[in-house]
Every structure is written in C-alpha cells, then in structure tokens.
Design a binder for this molecule. Structure first.
Ligand SMILES: *[C@@H]1O[C@H](CO)[C@@H](O)[C@H](O)[C@H]1NC(C)=O
Ligand SMILES: *[C@@H]1O[C@H](CO)[C@@H](O)[C@H](O)[C@H]1NC(C)=O
Ligand SMILES: *[C@@H]1O[C@H](CO)[C@@H](O)[C@H](O)[C@H]1NC(C)=O
Ligand SMILES: [Zn+2]
Length: 697
C-alpha cells in the first residue's frame, strides 16, 4: 500500500530533509501525503487513512542524487502547494477574524497561525535552497524554487519572531483603534470622522486640532516600538541574505537599478507637481491669507484636504479653475440613493463589461463592506483578501457613500480581479507581476470610470474638462512626491542613513524637499509623524504606489489603443471593450510566474516603466497650469523653505540645485523674462462629466 514509494523518501542517506511525524507535529504535516506513481504527492492514496504518519516517527530525506533530480523537485513543490494552501488559508482566516473583530482572543489565534505559517515557510524555504537547479529544464520549477528560498521574517529565531509579530500587531492595532477626543464629548476615529474633518473643514484651527490629535494618538504611541521593529526587520533581512530590510523589500522588483529608476521617474514628473503645487498655493493664499500661506514658501500640511496631504482632491472647491462651472456634487447625489453594496456592484459591472470575471457568491457573503454597528472594533483601512482556496475572496472596507469611496472600491475590486484570474496558478505565483501591477489594475479602471457615463451618476454631471483634469490631478499628481518619499524615508531608516535620534526631523526634511510642505506646528523628536501613516505602522512597503501611479497610465494607454479609442488620452473610456478586457486578462492570468518586464511588454509593447503616458494624459492641464502660473508671475517651488515656529527652526535638507526648484531652474518652464512668456495654449473647452478617480494607498 504505497509503502515502496514512502520508503523512497525515508532513505536516510546524507540526511538533508527530516520530517517528524510526531507529537510536536505541525498541523499541516498531519495531512496524509503519499507519494504517487509519478513521484507526485498523492493525497488520495493510503487506504483507510493509513498514511505515512502512522508510524510514530518517520524521516523523509533527500539523497544527494535527488537534489539534482527535477522530478523529485516537482514532487517537493507539489507537497508545498498542497500544504501551503491549507496553512495560508488558516492564517488568512485568523487574520481576517482579528482585523474585523479586534479582541485579545482573536489576536492570540492570529499570532498562533502566523507562527505556523512561518514554520511552514521556513521548512520549505530551507529545503528549496538545497536543490541544484542549474540543470533543471522547466523554468517554472526553477522560478518557484528560487522564490521559495526567500523566507522573510520566518528566518528569525523563534523568540524574536514572536516578539516581531507582537510588535507588528501592536503598531497596526494602535493605528486602527486610535481616536481623538473632544475636550467634552465624543472621541473620533480616523474613519470616517477625522478624515471628514480634514476633507471638509475650512477652519484652520479645527484642521490643526484633527491633524495634531491624530499624530498624538498614533505616531507618539508607536515610536518606541518602531525602533525595535527596525532592528528586528533588519535582522530578518540579513538572515535572508539582504543587507537590510529596504533591500529585501526592493527585491520584489527583481531589478538592480530600482533606486535610480525611481528617482529618475520622479524627476520627470516634477515639473507637473511643481506647477500644481504653485497653483494650489495661490488658491490657498486667496482663501486663508498671508498669515498662513507664504507665496514663496512651502504649504502648511494641514490645509490640503487630507490627513497626510497625499491627495488634495477634497479642496477642489478652493482651487477650481472655472468656479462658474462647478462639478456636480456626486457625493450629495449618491447619498440617500445608494447603499455601499450597490457601489461594489457598480464596480463589478465595469469589470464584467470588459468580459472579465465576476466575483463568486462567497465574496458578497463574506466581505465587510461597512463598519459594523455591533460595537466590534475593526481595522477600517481598505484592503482586498485572497484566501488561497480559489473560492474565498473578500474586501474589508468601512464604506461611506462618497465618490472617493466609490472609486476606492474600483481599486479594491481590481485586486479581486487579479486574485480571480491567477487562482489556478501555484500559490507561489499568486501575486502580481510585481507589487505595482497589483495596485495598478483597479486604478487603471478608475481612469476610465472617471469618464464612465454609466456610473451611478449617469447624466447628472456637466463640467469643464479642465475642472475634471484638475480634480484628477489633485488626486494623482499631488500624490507623486508622497508616494516616493514614504519608502525613501524607510529605505534610509533601514540602511542606517537616518538614525533614530532624527527620525522625525528627517521625515519632515523629505516632506519639505519633495512635497513642499511644512508642519503647521513645531514638531520634536518625541513625535513620530511617519507612524501616523497606515503603511508605516502596518509595515507595508509603499513604493508600489509610486510605480503603480506611473504604470496605470501606461496600461490605460495600451488598453485604450486595444479598445480602438482615438483622440486625447484623458477622454478614453474602455467600458464594454472586450478587446481591452482580453489584453488585461492575459496579463493578470500570469500572476508572478514571469519576470515583470516580460509581462509589461505583453500589454504595452515596452519593457520599462515610463512617464510618457502620464505626461500625455496631463499635457492639456499642464499647459493650462503653466499659463496661469506665468500670468501670476509665480515662483515655482519654495525658496523660502525654512519652516519656523517661534524659536524652533526646522533645518532644511541640503538641496541640490536641480532639485531645489527656483523660478529659473524648474523643469522646462522658465519664468524669468516677462517678455518671453509662452503663448497661452488654447483652453480645452469640451464639457466632460466625471468624478475624480481615486485609489486608496
Ligand atoms: C528522478 O527521480 C524519479 C522519481 O523518483 C526517478 O524515476 C528518475 O529515474 C530519477 N531521475 C534520475 C535522472 O535520477
Ligand atoms: C468576536 O470575537 C469574539 C472572540 O474573541 C467572539 O466571541 C465574538 O463572537 C466575535 N464577534 C463576532 C461578531 O464575530
Ligand atoms: C481554472 O481552472 C478551472 C478548471 O480547469 C477552469 O474551469 C477555470 O476557467 C480556470 N480559471 C481561470 C481563471 O483560468
Ligand atoms: Zn491596493
């Protein structure tokens, strides 16, 4: 009864792989696994459940020969596949239970499953290492084995791993449960209350209260823990063979030139950002006056409509190019008419219109689409989940009926679509071609959705095209420097360039240098403002959002071409285009089974991330902004860059001439000679009726 095959694996030899079917057996090893005829692990064999683990102890090891044997390697991968699905599924379940119902009991359960997952990862990772893959034929086998060798945090010794998991849970939960209390009255969570204040209040005292309160409630609380987090992260990275955690994160992009590439992309986009920054600063100056806004300086970080000033779309009303043609207030129209579930259905409709997959019934049953009203504590930050069983996919989101949330749902549904498309691949390949691809899928749809006439708001909008492009730019162009600096900061923290004594100061130096922002009140090293951003407290890499921002326009351009679109890129809507859908599908199906440049080439014909499509998309707006800024004799950038408060001065970073924008050096736009003004470009005037796109990084 299969004993022959089993003994094959029992061969002690130069014992390399040892598997105890014992009391201390891990649950995933208890699965009855048999070696089938083709050397495949065959679960169905083993009459009456009499599996190899019947014996009290069994050793499974590879002989030296077998490490050169591709058939053996394939069997090993099948065993991995079979067990990983179980282990990961349990981990996802437990994590879901915790983040949708934050209790001590659920946390313990999650930490337990996390340890099991790490043991599993380590177990297979160390063995994957042993195979001599050079002569293997199947590129998938080679790629899988090399991916398995990265064991991430599982490399840590058990007690430190436990500590690390506790720290991660602590930081993320602190963030999720933080509230800011009114002196007499209720305490407000970030979602929805503080976010709403940041978005809608035009009272700078109130804005400051929310801004500062949030940083006291989170950043301050996680600072000490963060220092230990950095140590343990680096230790784990080193054990995986990387020089620090930043390097390990960057390895997801399989590129040696990542840091240089991203800086270059940033520089290409800088003129666009600077012109937007300058234009918006003027508008804020008109509204708040010279006490708050210096026309030659950075903008205070609390008046841009967002807790992190990463998206400025909420202050559209203050900066609208043509106030006489205000966009329809979509949020107001949706309110009262629409339930959150309907918003998800609307996003689904877009995907199916392209011939893409619809979500299974489990999705609708298991997702958390609204903040629960039964008093449960939950983590509200929107996220999409794959449970690794091919059936269970969920979104967690505390949906509010707003246009921002509708478009955020498009983004999350993009993740789900990716999950659905690659669900038949090995779990090892069930991720995006690189992390930015995952983020770009839903966002590329929002680019069309923002010109999607069948949105809930059908026929209700009518606004100037410039107004629309402005609202999209406030979302996306404003995000460019932030998307870059979050990981620039952490890369420097991990590699030791930024020491813990100056975490907050260096954070603000980057905020100043790249975003042109000042803190609205003095900050000290007791504060830890980076920790007030979810992805930093939750230990989630961020550079994916930067790449994805650029990539989604490349995708958009390619999909528009496939759909037969002619005319300006910003007017393209791929809704209903089966050709565009097919192109996207072919790429999503690949998961991470191929190097991403190959995948990118399949969709765009190019192998490099390029800013060309993004710049094309915003060209009409850039022309308009340049004309406006010239008309006002603006100075691009923030030459008066020291942020001062009383006797405290924030020390500015050492600017390089090319990165310190001045009137004469900012990109291709020179403002020196009034006689040499560029002629005003014709204003685009075709009306367009759309809400701004939105993602939720
Ligand atoms: C590799 O292993 C398989 C299954 O154990 C065996 O049938 C085959 O002969 C081996 N190949 C070589 C080259 O040793
Ligand atoms: C939340 O978790 C607790 C266990 O800590 C459980 O007793 C309770 O039923 C859960 N609540 C919901 C609504 O699932
Ligand atoms: C996955 O495989 C099943 C069974 O072969 C097939 O019916 C389904 O279409 C596949 N799904 C995808 C997304 O390729
Ligand atoms: Zn996302």
């Amino acid at each position: 009864q299969g004993q022959g095959e089993v003994t094959k694996w029992v061969c002690p030899g130069p014992s390399l792989l040892v598997l105890f079917c014992h009391g201390q057996l891990l649950p995933w090893l208890r699965a009855e696994v048999w070696l089938g005829p083709e050397g495949a692990w065959d679960q169905a064999r083993g009459p009456g459940g009499a599996g190899p683990c019947q014996d009290s102890t069994m050793l499974i090891s590879f002989s030296t020969d077998e490490l050169y044997n591709e058939t053996v390697a394939k069997a090993f991968l099948q065993f991995y596949e079979h067990t990983a699905q179980v282990v990961w599924n349990q981990f996802m379940e437990a994590t879901w239970n915790y983040v949708t119902n934050i209790t001590n009991k659920n946390r313990e359960e999650m930490l337990l499953k996390d340890m099991e997952r790490s043991q599993h990862t380590l177990y297979f990772g160390t063995r994957a290492h042993l195979f001599k893959i050079d002569d293997f034929q199947d590129p998938d086998v080679k790629r899988m084995l090399s991916k398995l060798q990265n064991v991430y945090k599982a490399a840590l010794p058990k007690d430190e791993l436990q500590e690390y998991n506790q720290i991660l849970a602590y930081m993320k939960t602190t963030y999720s449960m933080a509230q800011v209390c009114l002196s007499e009255g209720p305490c407000l969570p970030l979602e929805p209350d503080l976010e709403e204040i940041m978005a809608t209040s035009r009272d700078q005292e109130e804005l400051l209260w929310a801004w500062q309160g949030w940083r006291d409630a989170v950043g301050l609380q996680v600072r000490m823990t963060f220092e230990r987090y950095v140590q343990l992260s680096n230790k784990a990275a080193k054990l995986n063979g990387y020089k620090d955690m930043g390097a390990m994160w960057r390895s997801a992009y399989e590129s040696d030139t990542l840091e240089r590439d991203v800086e270059q992309l940033y520089e290409e986009l800088q003129p666009l950002y600077l012109n937007l920054h300058t234009y918006v600063r003027r508008a804020l100056y008109r509204f708040y006056g010279p006490q708050l806004i210096n026309l030659r300086g950075p903008i205070p970080a609390h008046v841009l409509g967002n807790m992190w000033a990463q998206s400025w779309v909420s202050i559209l009303d203050l900066v609208l190019p043509f106030p006489e043609k205000p966009p329809e207030d979509v949020t107001r129209i949706m309110r009262g008419q629409v339930r959150p579930k309907k918003m998800f259905q609307e996003a689904e409709k877009f995907f199916t219109s392209l011939g893409l997959l619809s979500t299974p019934p489990e999705f609708w049953k298991n997702s958390m689409m609204e903040r629960p009203t039964d008093g449960r504590e939950v983590e509200c930050h929107a996220s999409a989940w794959d449970f690794y069983n091919g059936e269970d996919f969920r979104i967690k989101k505390c949906t509010e009926v707003t246009i921002e949330d509708l478009l955020s749902i498009f983004h999350q549904m993009g993740h789900i679509q990716y999950f659905l498309q690659y669900k038949n691949l090995s779990v090892i390949f069930r991720t995006g071609a690189n992390p930015a691809f995952e983020e770009a899928v839903g966002s590329v749809i929002t680019l069309s959705a923002s010109s999607h006439s069948q949105l809930l708001t059908r026929g209700l909008l009518s606004q100037e095209e410039v107004n629309v492009l402005m609202s999209i730019a406030l979302e996306m162009v404003a995000f460019i420097p932030f998307a870059y600096l979050v990981d620039l900061f952490r890369w420097k923290v991990f590699d030791g360039t930024i020491q813990k004594a100056v975490y907050n100061q260096e954070w603000w130096n980057l905020r100043l240098k790249y975003q042109g922002l000042c803190p609205p009140i003095p900050r000290t090293e007791d504060d830890f403002d980076p920790g007030a951003k979810f992805h930093i407290s939750a230990s989630m890499p961020y550079i994916r959002y930067f790449f994805s921002l650029v990539l989604q326009f490349q995708f958009h351009e390619a999909l528009c071409k496939a759909s037969g679109h002619v005319g300006p890129l910003h007017r393209c809507n791929i809704y209903n285009s089966k050709n565009a859908g097919k192109l996207l599908e072919d790429v999503l199906k690949l998961g991470s089974s191929k190097p991403w440049p190959e995948v990118l080439q399949k969709i765009t014909g190019e192998t490099k991330v390029s800013t060309k499509a993004l710049m094309t998309y915003f060209k009409p707006l850039l022309n308009w902004l340049v004309t406006e800024n010239v008309r006002h004799g603006e100075i691009l950038g923030w030459p008066d860059f020291s942020c001062t408060f009383g006797n405290l001065i924030l020390i500015p970073p050492p600017f390089q001439p090319q990165t310190l924008p001045r009137a004469t050096t900012a990109g291709s736009h020179r403002y020196t000679a009034r006689s040499g003004l560029p002629p005003p470009p014709p204003l685009p005037s075709a009306p367009l009726s759309h809400p701004p796109p939105w993602a939720r990084p």
